[in-house]
Ligand binder design. Structure first.
Ligand code: FMN
Length: 361
């Protein structure tokens, strides 16, 4: 087994000591969902604040930082490009949606990013969980059509990265005389998350790393097997989790409960209804872990789904003592997870807590 890779997360939609406060709560078609009221401790995703987190992640030895994409957060390309000069080794896992820009322009942006950052770009291909959000971006395609388009998009991106002049006449894109005069010397690693059959098919064909949300170990093992069954080449696997790790288990659980202490039942109900209306199979699997019920949040040993009461996407956290969290990470490694994309509220302090408590144990 190769050494695990640990990434952190850039909260480009804002940060806080509590879940969801002042934000749209993560990856959701947020136009129709009111943000929760801002708390006094809300931190805006300013360049100064994000620079602090990126620098901390760089110094603490995280391999990279994931940035989200969607209407709820800042644009991932621009934000991460602004952080290149403030960091040394840190990679940027930039989430982007195929089809909102042309594939040749995306290939060129990636090539530029690689040159500006000396090869520190990683790409997270995001299909989008909400048809309403996509329509808001001017994209009329539904879930499965977006996956089909993404496949063609990535074919064109790879053709552009190859550096030779090419034509492409497909269902979604028409390129004549496509050419990147300066292709990237380091081709970015392509990550892809999604739990639908279409996602697994696309990952098997195009991804270097398949990403899952933080489901229980046995469910993650089953997903890895499903991807391996349709891929005719080796892939790496990554998981996206929050972490609440402390010297003692009691301290960690107290911190977990404080994160959601301010949420009232009506807020949870409204968020659950909104999240359930999305098109994402992965999102539905996250919601089904707890059914919106505050009494069903421990979904596996040290795996707590409280964040998913109001946050879209990554809804689970590893909660426990440093020793327990390290043991759970080893269990995911044993079923084939190579990369961990972690976060915690607030993201600056928790980057230190995890690195000092678990990574340096
Ligand atoms: N969707 C977004 O809209 N923005 C994101 O930033 C984003 N990041 C993701 C990160 C990870 C680790 C995973 C697993 C998924 C992410 N997604 C994001 C959602 C997926 O990319 C995908 O579009 C969505 O889950 C629909 O896929 P499905 O129906 O195949 O599950």
């Amino acid at each position: 087994m190769s050494d695990p890779v640990f990434h952190w997360f850039l909260p480009t939609g804002g940060d806080d000591h509590a879940v969801g406060a002042g934000t749209h709560g993560g990856i959701i078609g947020a136009q129709d969902t009111a943000p929760l009221p801002r708390s006094a401790t809300h931190r805006a995703p300013t360049l100064d604040y994000l620079t602090q987190i990126a620098r901390a992640a760089d110094q603490l030895g995280y391999a990279g930082v994931l940035t989200p994409t969607g209407v709820h957060c800042e644009d991932a390309w621009l934000t991460t490009a602004a952080l290149i000069a403030a960091t040394r080794k840190l990679k940027f896992l930039v989430a982007f949606r195929p089809g909102l820009i042309t594939p040749v322009l995306a290939a060129q942006m990636a090539a530029t990013f690689q040159r500006l950052s000396s090869g520190r770009l990683l790409l997270n291909v995001v299909i989008g969980s909400s048809a309403a959000e996509q329509r808001g971006y001017g994209d009329p395609l539904d879930h499965d059509a977006r996956y089909e388009r993404a496949s063609e998009f990535l074919d064109v991106v790879r053709a552009a990265w190859a550096g030779a002049r090419f034509d492409h006449h497909g269902l979604f894109f028409d390129v004549e005389g496509g050419l990147l005069r300066e292709p990237p010397s380091i081709v970015p690693t392509v990550y892809l998350g999604g739990s639908s059959d279409a996602a697994i098919k696309l990952a098997a064909r195009h991804a270097d790393v398949y990403l899952t949300w933080g489901e229980p170990v046995d469910a993650v093992a089953a997903k890895i097997a499903a991807v391996r069954a349709v891929a005719d080449r080796p892939l790496r696997f990554g998981i996206r989790l929050h972490v609440i790790t402390r010297a003692t288990a009691d301290d960690a659980w107290d911190a977990a409960h404080r994160l959601i202490a301010g949420l009232d039942d009506e807020t949870i109900r409204a968020r659950q209804e909104s999240l359930r209306s999305l098109e994402s199979v992965g999102q539905r699997r996250m919601l089904d872990l707890h059914g919106g019920d505050r009494d069903r949040l421990v979904v596996a040993p040290n795996l707590w789904a409280g964040i998913g009461l109001v946050r879209g996407g990554a809804g689970t956290a590893l909660v426990g003592s440093h020793t327990e969290v390290a043991a759970r990470i080893d269990e995911y490694r044993a079923v084939g997870i190579d990369e961990f994309i972690l976060s915690g509220y607030p993201h600056l302090e928790e980057a230190y807590t995890f690195a000092e408590g678990v990574l340096r144990q």
